[in-house]
Design a protein. Structure first.
Length: 141
C-alpha cells in the first residue's frame, strides 16, 4: 500500500519538491512530480536546470522521448511511465494513479486555500485506509 506523507507549512512548495526529488534521486529512486499546470511544470523544468548551482537533478517532462530512462519526470499524465517509486503531488486534487507508487508526497504551502485542499486530500487517504504522516515544515529541528 502506498505510503502517504504530507509536508505542511512549506514556505516554498516548489523548492521543497526539488529538495525531495533530489534526495530520492540520490537514493536511487525514480520520481514523478505531478501537476496539471503546464506553466508550473515549465517553470520547474527551467529552475531545476539552474538550481542548485552545485548540483544536478536529471529530469524531463513526461512527454519527452527519453522519459522512460530519466529518473525524475515532470507531468500530469503517467502514460507509459514505468516509474513507481515516489510521486510528488503539487496539485489541489488527488492524482487518480497515486496508488501505483510506493510513496506519495503531498506538499502543502502556508496559504489557507492550499491548506483546505490538503485537508480534503488527507481525509480522502485516511478514509481509504492509507497511513498518513505529517511533517510540519514550520517547526525547526
Amino acid at each position: 500500500m502506498t505510503r502517504v506523507d504530507f509536508y505542511s507549512n512549506a514556505p516554498d512548495k516548489h523548492d521543497l519538491a526539488r529538495v525531495i526529488a533530489q534526495k530520492a534521486y540520490r537514493q536511487g529512486l525514480s520520481v514523478m512530480v505531478h501537476s496539471t499546470n503546464d506553466e508550473l511544470l515549465a517553470e520547474l523544468d527551467r529552475r531545476w536546470w539552474q538550481e542548485p548551482p552545485s548540483g544536478f537533478l536529471p529530469h524531463c517532462v513526461a512527454q519527452a522521448e527519453h522519459a522512460a530512462s530519466t529518473p525524475v519526470i515532470l507531468g500530469s499524465d503517467i502514460g507509459q511511465l514505468s516509474h513507481a517509486d515516489v510521486l510528488i503531488n503539487l496539485d489541489d486534487a488527488t492524482p487518480n494513479f497515486f496508488s501505483r507508487f510506493e510513496r506519495l508526497i503531498e506538499i502543502v504551502g502556508t496559504d489557507a486555500e492550499d491548506k483546505d485542499a490538503a485537508r480534503q486530500r488527507w481525509r480522502f487517504y485516511q478514509q481509504r485506509g492509507y497511513a498518513t504522516t505529517n511533517h510540519d515544515m514550520s517547526v525547526k529541528s
